[in-house]
Design a protein around this ligand. Structure first.
Ligand code: ZN
Length: 94
């Protein structure tokens, strides 16, 4: 029997580099070795869903962020927030 196509779910977040998709928060920035703290800030996530670009804006996005260079370090929790926001975005716009 042929293998089925992969299920198309809402987990299609392909924009983030794999190396930062970790559930634990790093204490120092991989870019500049600066201090990383958990911050809440407005953020617009640019995603691809079904081959179409989708922008999801969040007023309060909580994610580890470098205090020195501003690099955002995405965690599983960040992913969850984006997924939830995208779901809401898709529901309200269609
Ligand atoms: Zn940094």
């Amino acid at each position: 029997m042929e293998k089925q196509q992969e299920p198309v779910g809402s987990e299609t977040i392909a924009s983030f580099p794999k190396e930062v998709q970790k559930s634990r928060i790093p204490t120092s920035c991989p870019m500049c070795k600066g201090t990383v703290t958990l911050a809440t800030f407005p953020y617009t996530a640019k995603l691809t869903r079904g081959g179409k670009p989708v922008e999801v804006h969040m007023e309060k996005f909580t994610s580890p962020k470098c205090t020195k260079c501003g690099e955002i370090l995405f965690t599983r929790d960040s992913d969850d927030q984006i997924t939830a926001a995208m779901r809401e975005h898709l529901t309200s716009s269609s």
